[in-house]
Design a protein around this ligand. Structure first.
Ligand SMILES: *[C@@H]1O[C@H](CO)[C@@H](O)[C@H](O)[C@H]1NC(C)=O
Length: 332
């Protein structure tokens, strides 16, 4: 009884204090870790000349096309952007142009920057660079090749979160590429230990049964992007927030439309629109991404045929099927 009375008096005091001293309204938008736009986020390619050097004018045009098409977010310097073969200086160039075309022109398009590597020190260096160019969040893949334990994963993300506390982090799980599957329980562990800087996850397993448990453990505000175009619209119908999409590179208008319908839980509209894109979702992975999507963009006349080794230009035996999928989707 005594402790209850004590508790009540504390609550009463706290309320009176709040009444007399209201908390500050809100932090300025530059210091709060705000949510990103849900919906269609494009996993952008980095256009290159046949020589392999960056094609910045073509990149600028792609950015402008996405703004016109209603794309809600950009994911730059990811796998699709061939980040692993770009130098620090080339990253700088891509980030600078992205900022100029999006933030400096006040377009409401989120910028997510891939800053993940095996080495946490490199991740920190890349995240600081992204922050300098007004990125809204970093996308940090689980370290690949080295097969970390759940504790190792937690330490990795914690180290980056502590070093760059101003930049929200999106976790990225893609076991088919990394050899490391970050299970929902590990996602929750990382979120619990690192706090609000971990704003979401890009889940690219294509395993739809993970949406519900992750949302349940991490909260409804925890954003979830699918990294798998074939199952992406279903992922959003089941409660996900969007897709970081390869297909959006060639069909930004349609992907935006499908995502808006999926966020509105309009299943029949989603299915109707997605039907025509099924072939594209499939064929853009007939060789390793971004090989087919770069070829498709070249075919559409939007970029030159440049891609860096060890990747190669799409091999001739695949041309027909990619072309057919693009034609069926009304893209060519
Ligand atoms: C930006 O777009 C989102 C929807 O994607 C919307 O909720 C938000 O209000 C917009 N922000 C501004 C500043 O217009």
């Amino acid at each position: 009884m005594k402790s209850l009375a004590f508790l009540i008096s504390i609550i009463a005091t706290a309320n009176a204090f709040t009444f007399l001293h209201p908390p500050p309204l809100s932090l300025s938008s530059s210091t709060s870790l705000s949510a990103l736009n849900p919906g269609s986020t494009v996993a952008l390619t980095t256009p290159m000349l046949p020589s392999g050097s960056l094609d910045i004018p073509a990149y600028r045009k792609l950015l402008q096309w996405h703004v016109e098409s209603g794309t809600k977010g950009l994911c730059v310097l990811g796998t699709t952007g061939e980040a692993s073969t770009l130098s620090f200086e080339e990253r700088e160039e891509v980030l600078k142009v992205t900022k100029e075309e999006i933030k400096d022109k006040n377009h409401n398009v989120s910028i997510i920057v891939g800053t993940g590597t095996i080495n946490p020190s490199t991740c920190i260096k890349y995240s600081l660079q992204a922050l300098k160019y007004s990125a809204d969040a970093s996308l940090i893949v689980t370290p690949y090749y080295v097969k970390p334990t759940p504790t190792g994963l937690l330490n990795h993300y914690k180290k980056i979160a502590d070093a760059v506390p101003e930049l929200p982090i999106i976790l990225y799980n893609v076991p088919s590429r990394t050899g490391c599957d970050m299970l929902p329980s590990t996602v929750s562990l990382i979120k619990e230990n690192c706090g609000s800087i971990i704003i979401g996850i890009k889940e690219a397993t294509g395993d739809l049964s993970r949406v519900e448990p992750i949302k349940k453990m991490c909260g409804d505000d925890f954003m979830m992007w699918s990294g798998d175009d074939s199952t992406g619209s279903e992922f959003v119908l089941l409660g996900g927030d969007g897709v970081i999409s390869v297909t959006a590179n060639v069909a930004p208008l349609k992907m935006n439309f499908i995502m808006e319908a999926a966020l509105a839980k309009d299943r029949s509209k989603v299915e109707e629109e997605n039907e025509g894109l099924k072939g594209v979702h499939e064929e853009l992975f007939c060789q390793a991404n971004p090989i087919p999507v770069k070829w498709a963009l070249w075919k559409m006349g939007r970029v030159e045929e440049g891609i860096r080794g060890p990747l190669t230009v799409l091999e001739e035996e695949y041309w027909g099927r990619v072309e057919k999928a693009l034609e069926e989707a009304g893209i060519l």
